[in-house]
Design a protein around this ligand. Structure first.
Ligand SMILES: O=C(O)CCC(=O)C(=O)O
Length: 305
């Protein structure tokens, strides 16, 4: 295992592929060239100083998904860690912990989680999709239940200049009902009412196909199989063909990592430039995760003001 203890100096912005040179004492193990790093020997339940917080944020911007092993993180501490990065989201559909309503429960004994077994950007059907999320493993099957993350910036960089230029001017529709169909989320009268209300409050939204990261300025491919239904301003069959190509492009192993969960693992991802896929291969075993989601801002594209 190769790990790095990174060196010290003051506020540099971490650009992709460069090591931030002011990080000190954090033990960082990159996972793949495109995305992901493990931060070793770090206790997320401890109060974070502003220096450590900004170090974590720099690593978060650089690696896009951070993993922390061997955590003993109560849901309230998970919430507190996430809150250090912004206000928190309350999910319109998933159940949450009664005493920590910001923590949604992803439990195969309680929810039908098939909708996470495809590439998705969390809540991209919102006008202001989440900045990121903190996911804690609470109960794992003996094997299976891995999660994949893909980098939208790496996927964007790999496109030809012609394709980049074409996509820069496009926007696409993101729709809640694509991953939350009434047939699965409206089985009882109560569920149906909640679904109708959620749909009313979340009409389809338009986002740029290429998103500019609000902190790094990097460009990322910003369409996802979970919620993107069509590209605006072109014929439907052209839109379907282009979206299918882009969905297939971002799912290439070159831009992604596969995380094999262990007890005590916590993941923290940048939902503005990544998408993920929770593999649904472990039934009938039970898997429980808690997710706390941080509110984000309106996606901005290269040619959208
Ligand atoms: O359960 C997982 O590993 C990922 C969950 C997921 O896809 C999500 O929170 O959106």
């Amino acid at each position: 295992m190769t790990t790095k203890v990174l060196n010290t100096s003051e506020n540099n912005v971490a650009l992709h592929g460069e090591k931030p040179n002011y990080i000190h004492s954090l033990n960082v193990e990159p996972i793949s060239p495109a995305i992901g790093a493990i931060i070793h020997n770090f206790d997320l339940s401890q109060p974070l100083t502003s220096t450590v917080l900004s170090q974590i944020n720099e690593l978060f911007l650089q690696y896009q998904v951070l993993f922390f092993r061997n955590q003993n993180l109560a849901p309230s501490k998970q919430r507190d860690f996430a809150r250090a990065f912004g206000e928190l989201h309350i999910h319109p559909v998933y159940p949450s912990l009664p005493d920590v309503p910001e923590a949604i429960i992803l439990d195969t004994a309680q929810n039908d989680l098939k909708d996470n077994a495809l590439w998705h950007i969390d809540v991209s059907f919102s006008p202001t999709p989440p900045l990121g999320a903190v996911l804690a493993a609470r109960q794992l099957p003996q094997c299976g239940g891995d999660t994949l993350w893909a980098s939208g910036t790496a996927a964007y960089r790999a496109l030809s200049s012609e394709m980049k230029r074409h996509l820069e001017h496009l926007t696409a529709i993101h729709d809640f009902t694509r991953s939350f169909p009434l047939s699965r989320f409206g089985r009882t009268e109560k569920e149906r009412e909640l679904w109708e209300e959620t749909r009313r409050k979340n009409p389809p939204v338009e986002h740029p196909v290429i998103r500019v990261h609000p902190e790094t300025g990097e460009r990322a491919l910003y369409v996802n199989q979970g919620f993107t239904t069509e590209i605006c301003g072109i014929e439907r069959d052209e839109s379907d063909a282009l979206l299918n190509y882009l969905f297939q492009h971002i799912s290439k192993p070159d831009f992604s990592l596969r995380w094999r969960w262990q007890d005590g693992d916590v993941a923290f991802w940048d939902n503005r430039v990544t998408q993920h896929y929770a593999i649904d291969d472990y039934r009938p075993h039970r898997r429980i995760m808690h997710r706390v989601t941080i509110l984000g801002d309106k996606p901005v594209g290269p040619s959208i003001t």
